[in-house]
Design a protein around this ligand. Sequence first.
Ligand code: ZN
Ligand code: ZN
Length: 323
Amino acid sequence: MRAIVFDRPGAPLRPAELPVPEPGEGQVRIRVHACAVCRTDLHLLDGEVGVPEPPRVFGHQIVGTIEETGERVGVPWLGWTCGRCRFCTSGRENLCLYARFTGRDIDGGYAEYAVADRRYCFPLPDGYPDEQAAPLLCAGLIGFRALRMCGDAERLGLYGFGAAAHIICQVAVHEGRRVYAFTRAGDDDAQALARSLGATWAGGSDEQPPEPLDAAIIFAPAGELVPEALRALAPGGTVVCAGIHMSDIPSFPYSDLWEERQIRSVANLTRRDGEEFLALAPQIPVRSHVTRYPLAETARALEDLRAGAFVGSAVVDVASPTA
Ligand SMILES: [Zn+2]
Ligand SMILES: [Zn+2]
């Protein structure tokens, strides 16, 4: 089968011919239709979040069909958990000590076929073409988990208006929140997209919002945004860091954290997050702004993500009947 593989940190992903994978115990084989690109792929490529065993196939927002049953499913980042550790047995499988992740520990979706544990595949809502469903599986899901960590915050800041933020903006507006979108300074396209999706205000991350925020989610991998966002919070507000990796956070005075402000991170997802979000998304309905790439150009999709060359989500079309 055609696949795109990782060799070592810093080397671009390359096309390869691999044997079609055989499902193991509890696994199913999936014919991949599409797989959305995620910033985590860049962190993996750069060796920032561990070095996967080469040749590894990245891609953890997979939409495809289970060969045996013909059912269309989504495969997310969480690929396997032990079911026994203190985290698994307390509703926190996202923190499982032995978790295995799709596209890092298990081959992912930048290939014509993938195998996945059946218990971690999600049925997908009807009415979503493949390239629309794919970004829901990490950008949407992790964003949704981060949004839930904001409680009932009415005034919500989103720092880094990319794939996750443009989906979560729609959910937040649907829930009656006011969204303040922060982009790289001068990124007019991302700011225009934010306004078109219902954001009350959009500006550069070097700007202060017109009113204090009850919560802020940081999707950009830039640690200097943490004290920035903290300074934009009202008392009792929360900063949620939603990425798997971020540059170091500069020090800041305690007075910025005082008055019960909090900083926390969000790690991975639980299957419950997936079930809840995939039930909610069609009610809004969430629509992704998608740029499509053929499988052979997966490496370019990642570099375009790094360069901020598109707004919204990028999706690799592998063999989508809806392409
Ligand atoms: Zn991801
Ligand atoms: Zn576990």
